[in-house]
Write a protein of this length. Structure first.
Length: 354
């Protein structure tokens, strides 16, 4: 069996989609599956989430991959298109387009395909990333309206939806509703955190991403707390078990030193697989159903693990993250967020669907 291995649970994807619908029963769901389905495999994720109302991807190429795999559902290009050739390809593939710059409006104005296109006009309410500023929105909307697209919907993106005690999310929501008031169009505001925390963000459409993969977007709230199931389990196996004496070090630069007589296992996983080099000693992992920790610096292909209190042998399975070791717990030890860990799995990791 090839290791490391990412096992992807399609039933967990469906379970998490059902959890989304329970939270927002009156909303349609645009499942965000960009970045190769957050590292889980874009085609497999799309097939597992066939009951979603639409799929959101970042770029034209991601949408084409889905169409070539036989996915016929509505696909929204969240970054839109940037040339006439891309616009024509998107129209041929029946993609819906997010419009967030005046340059994109110019492309549409020069095209004869707009009447066949569904467009999403994006307002920047404070993210300062994509979208028309509030003071620009009226002009952008009027130019799009004149083009008479097949459908026009409105959207914004929350920059701090996970901050329960803050006011930023509500300020953005209020700004979006104020600037779009009086326009007869469906709207979408909520990402995963917005969907969970802010009733006001649950409009005609919601756009869950991270929570679909069974990962909590809220600090100090676990996926289990939210009724979500982790979709990816990353495992490998022990390829060496050795004794390390008091005072000896493990790995490059001697980053960890044994303070007691220790047993250390070497797991076949490293930064070449997407398990980050900056993972610190003390990062949780599971071996034979028992939690233990990483010791020393992660190498390209190998990671050392403390087995002193575990009865383990070569060939035993090591869980880097999954149900037993939530990826939300692992991420802080790498100084990052769960998104980056699951998206960062490399091509040499075997992927198994169940």
């Amino acid at each position: 069996m090839r290791f490391p291995r990412a096992t992807i649970d399609s039933s967990a994807l469906r379970h998490n989609l059902a959890a989304v619908r329970k939270l927002a029963p009156s909303s349609r769901v645009m499942a965000i599956i960009k970045a190769n389905g957050y590292g889980h495999g874009i085609v497999g994720v799309a097939k597992a989430l066939e009951d979603a109302d639409a799929f959101g991807v970042a770029r034209l190429e991601e949408g084409i991959t889905l169409r070539e795999a036989g996915i016929d559902k509505t696909i929204v290009l969240l970054e839109g298109v940037f040339s006439t050739n891309e616009l024509n390809a998107a129209a041929m593939a029946r993609f819906e387009l997010v419009v967030h710059t005046f340059e994109q409006i110019k492309l549409l104005e020069a095209s004869d395909k707009v009447s066949d296109l569904a467009l999403w006009l994006k307002v920047d309410t404070g993210m300062n990333r994509l979208g028309f500023r509030v003071e620009e929105f009226s002009s952008a909307h009027e130019r799009i309206r004149r083009l008479k697209p097949k459908t026009l919907r409105l959207m914004t993106h929350l920059s701090a939806a996970e901050a329960r005690s803050g006011t930023v999310a509500l300020e953005q929501i209020d700004a979006f509703h104020a600037v779009t008031a009086g326009i007869d169009a469906e709207r979408t505001i909520a990402n995963s955190a917005g969907l969970i925390l802010w009733d006001e963000a649950r409009t005609e459409w919601v756009r869950p991403g991270l929570m679909l993969y069974g990962i909590s977007p809220i600090p100090d709230v676990t996926a289990q707390d939210l009724g979500l199931r982790p979709v990816m389990t990353l495992t490998t196996q022990l390829i060496s078990v050795r004794d390390v004496h008091v005072g000896e070090t493990v790995g490059y630069s001697g980053m960890w030193q044994a303070r007691r007589e220790s047993r250390v296992g070497i797991a076949a996983v490293g930064y070449g697989d997407g398990y980050p080099r900056n993972i610190r000693s003390g990062t949780p992992v599971g071996v034979n159903g028992v939690e233990t920790v990483v010791v020393g610096r992660v190498s390209m292909d190998m990671t050392a693990i403390d087995l002193t209190h575990i009865d383990a042998k070569i060939g035993d399975t090591v869980t880097l993250w999954g149900e037993a070791v939530p990826v939300e717990r692992v991420a802080p030890f790498a100084g990052t967020i769960p998104y980056e860990l699951v998206c960062g799995i490399s091509q040499r990791v075997a992927v198994e669907w169940k």
